[in-house]
Design a binder for this molecule. Structure first.
Ligand code: MN
Ligand code: MN
Length: 459
């Protein structure tokens, strides 16, 4: 048996020539997904598009379900649940990989348009945990939906094409920044200063704000009050790129957690499971506490599973639903902080994950005394570990930073409340939550292999 749990050898060192070539090729597919699935809405649409290509159908269009059927649940265009029905009665439990498809960004406020000294700005309120200074002076794309007064939905997607304009949050020039440079990183740029430049032109007798609103009315049919019924996100416009002479790494926006969403979805498509029902969760709102109707804190999983059970032989009962969820097993596929040599003192090296070290298992997330962690059961970890060893899948056991330094959360604890076995399993990321995050290609590939083997388990 190969060494699967080792800090002395990287995944690359353990790979043969064919595996190395495959890992590099897989990186190309992954980048294409990242460049399309730039927001939770775009990710949900892309996942559904790919699922439909593979024969998945909306659950609510199916009268009954039998082994082999492939279905999906679309939660308000922002969360998606995919399922492949197995032969076994569903009360014996299902196998789940669960990721999230929202990422930190700048959201437009309800009254965003504002002009100051000849410049038109969009006011924003940041979404999720960000270091505000990182969001200045980078190209931003504006993506989302706006509903006009007559109820028309207008899709906005400006900035991802090379020919598109982008939006821009400015920062103070260094020549005048003596006072700013004395502030802390948290205070140097404030939330209210995260306003994106949206234009400067106007005709004589017209303000720049009026000119921009006239343009928006003409091009998109949007009026100023329509921003009240909108969900518009400013996200980094730059495409994903290879990093390093050896192209071993990928820099991109949104890898937390689309690294795991992409690999989980692909794993479900490629799973060979026949007996157990397989399920892939791609949920919204994780970055702001899994709240809302599209977050994991809602009833979306149990509702979707209830819809599935009601279409299976035996029909729906509350007890069947409870047994199904309680007997299920899940890999909570979310990213972990990669060890950062530039800030090594903040990590316990023996309990850190490394770029290129393979899939990361996190027994507990949470912070300051494991608070808010789901704290996986060793019985389940042992099963997953044995599975990795049997299939030569390199893994690392880690937590996020030193005790009382780091901490974080995933959707794991929200799945665990049903009584199911859950373990956090994901890709290590450097510069997590930055506009451009860094991952390693072998890790992406290993995550896919891990999820696929887990879903393919017949017991
Ligand atoms: Mn995450
Ligand atoms: Mn996150």
């Amino acid at each position: 048996m190969k060494e699967t749990y080792s800090r002395s050898k990287s995944v690359w060192q353990r790979m043969n020539a064919r595996e190395r070539k495959a890992a590099m090729a897989y990186g190309e597919k992954y980048k294409a997904f990242l460049d399309t699935a730039r927001t939770e809405r775009l990710a949900a649409a892309e996942i559904i598009r790919r699922a439909e290509e593979k024969g998945f159908k909306p659950v609510y269009t199916m009268k009954s379900l039998k082994a082999g059927d492939k279905v999906y649940w679309n939660q308000k265009d922002k969360s998606v649940i995919l399922a492949v029905i197995g032969k076994e009665p569903v009360h014996e439990g299902i196998k789940i990989v669960g990721s999230h498809i929202d990422s930190p960004r700048l959201d437009l406020k309800a009254n965003p348009v504002h002009e100051q000294d000849g410049i038109v700005y969009f006011r924003t309120h940041y979404y999720g945990g960000i270091k505000k200074y990182q969001w200045t002076c980078i190209p931003l794309a504006l993506i989302g939906v706006v509903f006009t007064k007559d109820g028309k939905k207008v899709d906005i997607n400006i900035g991802l094409k090379d020919s598109d304009p982008v939006f821009y949050v400015s920062d103070l020039l260094i020549h005048m920044a003596q006072d700013q440079m004395k502030k802390t990183l948290a205070e140097g740029i404030t939330g209210e200063q995260l306003q994106a430049v949206a234009g400067t032109h106007s005709e004589e007798g017209q303000t720049p704000k009026d000119a921009i609103m006239t343009l928006l009315k003409k091009e998109y049919g949007i009026e100023e009050e329509d921003f009240a019924a909108a969900e518009l996100e400013l996200v980094p416009a730059t495409k994903s790129r290879d990093v390093g002479f050896d192209r071993s790494l990928i820099a991109s926006y949104g890898q937390d957690d689309r690294a795991c969403a992409f690999t989980s979805v692909q794993a479900l498509f490629d799973s060979t499971a026949k007996t157990r029902t397989n399920c892939c969760l791609c949920v919204d709102k994780e970055e702001i506490g899994s709240v809302g109707a599209t977050g994991m804190g809602s009833h979306l999983l149990e509702n979707a599973v209830a819809e599935i059970i009601s279409r299976m032989s035996g029909g729906y009962s509350d007890l069947t639903l409870r047994r199904c969820l309680a007997h299920s097993a899940m890999l909570s596929s979310d990213v972990n902080a990669a060890f950062d040599p530039m800030n090594g003192n903040l990590y316990d090296k023996d309990n850190s994950s490394f770029l290129g070290g393979g899939i990361v298992f996190n027994k507990y997330t949470g912070s300051r005394g494991k608070y808010s962690a789901s704290d996986a059961n060793p019985e389940f970890i042992a099963k997953v570990r044995a599975l990795m060893e049997k299939n030569d899948i390199p893994f690392q056991m880690a937590e996020l930073g030193k005790v009382d330094q780091g901490g974080g959360g995933t959707i794991a604890y929200l799945a665990a409340k049903y009584g199911m076995d859950v373990l956090d399993a994901g890709v290590s990321v450097l510069s997590m939550h930055a506009p451009w995050e860094l991952t390693n290609k072998e890790d992406i590939c290993t995550a896919y292999r891990c999820y696929k083997i887990f879903l393919s388990l017949e017991k």
